[in-house]
Write a protein that binds this ligand. Structure first.
Ligand code: ATP
Ligand code: MG
Length: 270
């Protein structure tokens, strides 16, 4: 059995892998790197009755990996590259290569992956952390569920400037309901529901457009979306609209918050 640990900026993910199959998954809030990694690993061992002697090695990655020195509990522990982990994890999940990946975590990273090479295309500081940070100040809500509940009752036309607000016709391939400026019209009467929806919409529009340009640049017809931000029904709807406009398909693998941890576990180490 191999263990993959991804110590992200916000959440630590741990998976166990045996013969190319993911067996167990656990996550924990990344308070400090050492506590969250050992805590999540311990939880995975205890909850699943794993015999520690069955573990051949541990591969760790993510921003917190540099804080872990030496072996964990005497098991051979190696640090592996985060971007390679995302690429390998995503190729494993969709069972394809030559893919563009948008990993939506606390921030967002764009990767191109094939079997020979994994390339870091670039990224954006706009991601899950942006949603939480803006929501905390603008609508005094700091849980994801709270934001999603509010957003369900929101109306974007109370916050965003839409093309139909400023022109009578369509513009190029943009319909009249397209966004002209996120937050560009915010009404004095805009409710927390409207603002919650507008924050989510803005973040996923930015990520969606960056993904489209990355996919076009690589001649790819689709983008695999990973990270905790992959599993967001409102974000998915925003990406759906972009997909319809630009002909780029977004794919959401199951357990996409574990992509990086899975890829870390699958990386061959010397
Ligand atoms: N359903 C959701 N939709 C969008 N974002 C979410 C959701 N659930 C959690 N998040 C946000 O996703 C972020 C964590 O995602 P993830 O676990 O992929 O990141 P990380 O690995 O900790 O960070 P990074 O990879 O950027 O270092 C947090 O900012 C969290 O608020
Ligand atoms: Mg991450």
């Amino acid at each position: 059995m191999i263990i993959g640990i991804d110590i992200g900026s916000t959440i630590t993910k741990v998976v166990s892998i045996r013969e190319n199959t993911v067996i167990n998954r656990v996550k924990a809030r990344a308070t400090d790197a050492v506590t969250s990694a050992t805590g999540a690993f311990g939880k995975l061992i205890l909850e699943n009755d794993i015999d520690i002697k069955d573990i051949q090695k541990i591969n760790i990655t993510g921003v917190g990996a540099s804080r872990i020195r030496g072996n964990i509990f005497g098991i051979e522990t190696r640090k592996v590259d985060e971007f390679s982990s995302i690429g390998i994890g995503a190729m494993f999940q969709v069972q394809r290569e030559n893919i563009v990946i948008a990993n939506i975590g606390t921030g967002t990273v764009l990767i191109y992956a094939n079997k020979q090479k994994i390339t870091h295309i670039g990224g954006s500081g706009v991601g899950g952390g942006t949603i939480l940070g803006l929501a905390k100040k603008l609508i005094q809500t700091n849980t994801f569920n709270g934001i999603m509940d509010l957003a369900a009752g929101g109306d974007l036309s109370h916050v965003d400037l839409l093309l139909e607000d400023i022109m009578e016709t369509e513009l190029s391939f943009l319909g009249r309901e397209s966004t002209a400026a996120n937050f560009g019209k915010i009404l004095d009467t805009a409710k927390n529901e409207d603002i919650a929806l507008a924050i989510l919409n803005m973040v996923y529009q930015v990520i969606g457009m960056l993904s489209v340009f990355a996919a076009q640049g690589k001649g790819s017809a689709g983008v695999v979306v990973t990270g905790s931000g992959s599993d967001n029904p409102i974000g998915k709807k925003t990406l759906d609209v972009i997909s319809g406009m630009y002909g780029i398909n977004f794919e959401f693998p199951a357990y996409a918050e574990y992509t990086t941890a899975i890829g870390a576990g699958l990386i061959e180490t010397p």
